[in-house]
Write a protein that binds this ligand. Structure first.
Ligand SMILES: O=c1[nH]c(=O)c2[nH]c(=O)[nH]c2[nH]1
Length: 280
């Protein structure tokens, strides 16, 4: 029987790199999945492991590259891991690395950023993704589960009307989401951390300061703004659940509800996804 697809490697490889500059420390915590494709078919089809790099070795390589590169940001770090595999192992044809970055915030004490005290930025995790082979590479950055809300200046109206529709038009609702956003680099920015911060700042500014006719409308314009602001980005992909806040009917209690009391719901939720790219 033909083996029609295969890949293997190590999942949830966790590593914390700590760059020390005197008492000024910078922590970088990543959880990686590192998968290889290449000349490994015999392990599946012939019980022949001779070409196989142990997944335990994959974990060791991540740790060695970490030790050699404590101060690289996530994007450059996954590029260094991929380069080691492609430079060392001819049997590796392609390497895919995905990482989640724990976002540690430097804490300020008495208004002064402290050298070695951090708090967890619990709003989502960073994302980094790299697919690399000897012909080239595609590098992505992003966010997972970044949650935000606006409490007005959002509506949903004039949508398709038939016997199945029950929802009324509204021009004033709460809009909330837990966003996965992934942007693909076409060129390296001067600094990934600065560019990534500019992406997030742009996304939230557009979301917060412009009327939203739908999640779709906000998403598209958020994407357009990111591409306009950061020329090194080729495209940006979004997945945004619409976290509904449903106005509670208070009429049985003789009360109005002028947009002040809502039922927060997680399910079911709308799921809105799109990718915004540049004209060819
Ligand atoms: O922004 C929205 N987009 C939809 O597609 C949709 N569908 C729905 O029921 N509410 C909403 N809101």
């Amino acid at each position: 029987m033909p083996l029609t697809a295969s890949t293997y490697g190590k999942g949830r490889v966790r590593v914390m790199r700590l760059a020390r500059d005197g008492d000024h420390h910078t922590p970088r915590e990543l959880t990686l999945t590192v998968l290889m494709k290449g000349g490994f078919d015999a392990a599946w089809t012939q019980a022949d492991n001779r070409a196989c790099i142990a997944t335990d070795t994959v974990k060791n390589i991540v740790n060695v590259v970490a030790a050699r590169n404590v101060a690289l940001d996530a994007e450059a770090f996954v590029q260094a891991v991929a380069a080691l595999f492609l430079d060392t192992y001819p049997q590796v044809a392609e390497i895919s690395i995905e990482g989640r970055e724990t976002r540690w915030l430097r804490h300020a004490i008495d208004g002064t950023p402290h050298g070695h005290t951090f708090t967890l930025d619990g709003n989502g995790t960073g994302y980094v993704g790299l697919v690399a082979n000897r012909a080239g590479a595609v590098l992505r950055s992003g966010l997972r589960g970044y949650t935000f809300m606006k409490t007005t200046q959002s509506g949903w109206s004039n949508f398709f009307d038939d016997g199945y529709r029950t929802l009324a038009d509204t021009d004033d609702r709460i809009a909330a989401t837990s966003m996965d956003a992934t942007w693909t680099w076409r060129d390296a920015p001067i600094d990934y951390a600065t560019a990534n911060a500019a992406v997030l700042e742009t996304l939230i500014r557009v979301f917060g300061t412009t009327y939203s006719a739908s999640v779709q409308d906000s998403m598209y314009r958020m994407g357009e703004a990111v591409l306009a602001a950061i020329p090194e980005i080729a495209e940006i992909a979004f997945a945004m659940p619409n976290k509904h806040y449903i106005p509670i009917n208070l009429r049985p209690f003789g009360l109005d509800n002028p947009g002040t009391v809502f039922l927060p719901t997680d399910e079911p939720h709308g799921q809105i996804e799109a990718t915004v790219g540049r004209a060819a």
